[in-house]
Design a protein around this ligand. Sequence first.
Ligand code: G4P
Length: 317
Amino acid sequence: MAIQWFPGHMHLTRKAIGERIKDIDVVIELLDARLPASSANPLLAELTGHKPALKILNKQDVADPARTPAWLDWYNARPGTRAIALDASDAAPARRLIDACRQLAPSRRGLSKPMRVLICGIPNVGKSTLINTLSAKREAKTGDEAGITKQEQRIVLDDDFYLWDTPGMLWPRITVPESGYKLAASGAVGRNAYDEEEVALELLAYLKHHYAPLLDARYKLGLQADAIAALHDDELLERIARKRGAVMGGGRLNLQKAAEIVLTDLRSAALGRVTLETPQEFEGWLAAAAVQEKERAERKAEQQRRNERRARNAPPQ
Ligand code: G4P
């Protein structure tokens, strides 16, 4: 079953961004470098339209370094868009951020035409951490629960460079089922919206094909990569449960606990540096979702026609 996630209160964010956007020159969207497309919110593109966009692939320190460049190229190929990779270990991220924004809106310079930038990102993507570093003060509140509410704030990065934090909460939006699992695995979706065991199994189904050596190193599976890839997902989770002592009375495996271990290991990067999607994979998921949507619409239209025929042929009451 796909992850169902319909958070409320987005109308406030929508309204607030809509009001702010007319005075904004560049929109920064902070993304999770481990899921650079799934962590984007398509609503932002709807709200910000043609504004130049800077995509920051944040938490690059825990993403697969072999995959990040492909994602930067993917975003940089879009018109009016620049992409950079960043992480919290960068003590002075302002320079790169300012330079990228200046490239996107070169006419905004000087006190009469200051650069006005809005920074957005789904919860847990590292926005508060970055803003704290940028403002060099402990202003923004950080936390590991999706959705700590914050007030809008303005940070002066340079005499003629202002950064606004997004008012309200920009929740993730699940566009394809695969994104739902990846968002849940990364911790961006509220805990009551998904089943941990289901998400861990989906995660393992991906990791076993792309990061089997990391699974072997973390859980001491003692198997070659192809043997790990050949394991059924349930069997893989069971082996992890056994290796990590997730066992209940009577020797029954505690798969819930094993799932929590896998998710925690991913989030804390104890598993290693992984990226859960490539541009090609994401485009494939989008295309498949579009086909499904078209089929659904066709089925619905056919049903409608059938109902209308039936109503026409029904004897008068
Ligand atoms: P948010 O405002 O977008 O909701 O995110 P926030 O800054 O609260 O960060 C969410 C979590 O991500 C925090 O971890 C934070 O430390 C971590 N984080 C932020 N930037 C980076 C980064 O570049 N790399 C890595 N690896 N982690 C990052 P936490 O476990 O929730 O809290 P804590 O460990 O900071 O106490």
